[in-house]
Design a protein around this ligand. Structure first.
Ligand SMILES: [Fe+2]
Ligand SMILES: [Fe+2]
Length: 466
C-alpha cells in the first residue's frame, strides 16, 4: 500500500513512471473540477469521513475529520488472485486477460467510460443538497457518498489511462468536462442528468440509481479482464454504504410519515411528506433506474458475455453453468399493439436477467419500508411500479403502461400521469420542507432519526464541524 504518495494506491504506481506522470497531470484538473462542482459551501469544513487505507476485508476504512479537498482519493484494487481465469463465455477457463482484448477494445472502453461518467455526475447532481440537510448525520453521509464517488472516478480513470492509451487519456479528460443536466455537454445516461435538488430525491437516487451501479459493478466484478474485475470488487465495498444511505433514508421518511399519520390524515399540515408523493418519487426513480440496465434484448450483452467481459450477478457463486449456449429466456414484448411472449437466446437477455436481480433487491427494501408503516399501526402499502411502466430504453420505450404493466394509450397515460409521477406541485412542496438542521442531535420534522449513528458514534455526534 503506497499511501503517502500524491496519489495513494496499491497498484505500484511508482513502478510505472509513464502512468504516474499521466495521472499526476490529471490530478490538478480533477481537484479543479471538485472545487467547482463538488459540495457547495462546505469545502473548508471538517467532515468525519472514512478513508480507504487498506483493501483488506478487515479495517479497510479509517474514520477521522477531513476537509473534503484533502480527502485521500486513491486507486485501490482488490489484490490479484493467483491463476485467475475467465469465468464464463466462449473463453471460460482460459487465463484472465491482463490487457484489453483487441477486438473488444472499443466496447470495453465504452463500458468503462459509461460507468465512470456516472461517478462525477452524481456529485454534480447533489452539490447543493448540503445547504438543506435534515441533520448533521445526513450531511456527513451525503459527503461520504460524494467523496467516494470521486474515488470511483479515480478508479475508472486509472483503467482508462493504464489500459486504453491515447484514447483513454482523452476520455479521462472528457469526464471532467461533461456536466450533469447541461444541454450542451450532458452526462451520458439520462438518470444522471435528472435534477437531485431535494433530499427525498437524494435518498431515492442512492436507493434506486446507486443500486443499479451495484449490479453493473457486480457484473463487471466477474469480468475476465482482471484489472476491471479487481477495481469493481473494491468499489462494491464502498457502494454498500451508499445503498444503506438510500434505503434507510427513504425508510426514515416513510416511518416519519406513518408517525404523523397517527396524528392526522393531513400529513402536510404537520409538515410531513404524504405517502402519495413518496410513491410517485419511487415510481420515478425506479423506472429511470431500470433503463440503466439497457435493452431487454441486446446483442451487446450477448457479445460481452461471450467474450468473458461482463457476467451475471454473482456468476461464480450462484451458477454452475457458465456457457449459456442453448438456454433461452422468455419475455413479454409488444407486437401489433399487444403484449406477447417471445423466446430469445439467453445470452441476448442478460440485461433483463440482471434487471430481474435488481428488481428483487428493490422489492426486499419495499417490504422493509412497509413493515415500518405497519409497525406504526397505519394501513398503507407502498409498491414498486411494474417494470414496463415509464420506460425510455428497450422493448417498452415508445409504448405506454400503467403502474400494473397494462398497455394503455398515450392519452390515458397523459390523463393519469399526475397520479403516478411527481408533479411540479409535489416537487415544490417537498422543496418547501427543505430547511437546514445543523445542530448536533437535532433533525428535520419530515424524517425520523436513524436507528444508530456511524461507526459506533451516537446520532448526536458532531459529524460535520460547521
Ligand atoms: Fe460509485
Ligand atoms: Fe455510489
Amino acid at each position: 500500500m503506497e499511501l503517502h504518495e500524491r496519489i495513494p494506491n496499491n497498484v505500484n504506481l511508482s513502478g510505472d513512471k509513464k502512468l504516474q506522470r499521466a495521472l499526476e497531470k490529471w490530478l490538478p484538473n480533477y481537484l479543479e473540477w471538485w472545487r467547482e462542482m463538488g459540495p457547495e459551501g462546505f469545502q473548508e469544513k471538517d467532515v468525519w469521513l472514512r478513508t480507504a487505507t487498506s483493501v483488506e476485508p478487515e479495517g479497510w476504512a479509517h474514520f477521522d475529520y477531513v476537509r473534503m479537498p484533502d480527502y485521500r482519493w486513491g486507486i485501490f484494487l482488490k489484490p490479484a488472485e493467483r491463476d485467475a481465469r475467465v469465468g464464463f463465455g466462449d473463453n471460460a477457463g482460459q487465463p484472465a486477460y491482463q490487457e484489453v482484448p483487441g477486438e473488444f477494445r472499443n466496447a470495453l472502453r465504452r463500458i468503462v467510460v459509461t460507468q465512470a461518467d456516472t461517478e462525477p455526475a452524481s456529485v454534480e447532481q447533489q452539490r447543493r443538497l448540503g445547504q438543506t440537510c435534515p441533520s448533521l448525520y445526513d450531511l456527513r453521509n451525503l459527503f461520504q457518498v460524494n467523496v467516494e464517488e470521486g474515488r470511483h472516478l479515480w478508479a475508472m480513470v486509472y483503467l482508462l489511462h493504464g489500459y486504453f492509451g491515447r484514447d483513454g487519456r482523452d476520455e479521462a479528460d472528457a469526464l471532467l468536462e461533461r456536466r450533469s443536466g447541461n444541454p450542451d455537454k450532458p452526462r451520458i445516461l439520462e438518470a444522471f442528468n435528472q435534477p437531485c435538488d431535494d433530499w427525498l430525491n437524494f435518498f431515492c437516487f442512492t436507493m434506486f440509481t446507486d443500486r443499479d451501479g451495484k449490479y453493473q459493478l457486480s457484473a463487471l466484478a466477474e469480468s475476465g479482464f482482471e484489472p476491471l474485475a479487481r477495481t469493481c470488487q473494491f468499489m462494491l465495498t464502498e457502494e454498500a454504504h451508499h445503498l444503506f444511505v438510500g434505503e434507510t433514508g427513504v425508510g426514515r421518511v416513510v416511518k416519519r410519515t406513518a408517525q404523523l399519520m397517527k396524528e392526522s390524515e393531513d400529513v402536510r399540515r404537520l409538515g410531513g411528506i404524504p405517502f402519495e408523493i413518496i410513491q410517485r418519487y419511487i415510481n420515478y426513480w425506479f423506472s429511470y433506474s431500470l433503463d440503466l440496465f439497457g435493452g431487454e434484448i441486446s446483442s451487446n450483452a450477448a457479445d460481452f458475455f461471450a467474450a468473458g467481459l461482463k457476467g451475471r450477478y454473482q456468476e461464480q457463486k450462484k451458477y454452475t453453468e457458465h456457457l449459456l449456449v442453448n438456454d433461452v429466456y422468455s419475455l413479454p414484448v409488444i407486437e401489433d399493439g399487444r403484449i406477447v411472449e417471445r423466446e430469445v437466446p439467453m445470452r441476448n437477455a442478460l440485461n433483463e436477467v440482471l434487471r430481474g436481480e435488481y428488481v428483487r433487491d428493490c422489492e426486499r427494501a419495499l417490504e422493509r419500508w412497509n413493515k415500518y408503516i405497519a409497525d406504526e399501526g397505519v394501513s398503507r402499502v407502498l409498491s414498486l411500479p411494474h417494470r414496463r411502466f415509464h420506460r425510455h430504453v428497450g422493448e417498452y420505450a415508445g409504448h405506454h403502461f400503467d403502474v400494473e404493466g397494462n398497455l394503455i394509450t398515450a392519452e390515458e397515460f397523459e390523463a393519469r400521469k399526475s397520479e403516478w409521477l411527481p408533479t411540479l406541485e409535489d416537487r415544490e412542496y417537498v422543496r418547501s420542507l427543505m430547511h437546514p438542521v445543523t445542530e448536533p442531535g437535532k433533525i428535520a420534522n419530515w424524517i425520523a432519526p436513524p436507528a444508530s449513528g456511524i461507526k459506533g458514534k451516537p446520532f448526536e455526534f458532531e459529524y460535520v464541524r460547521l
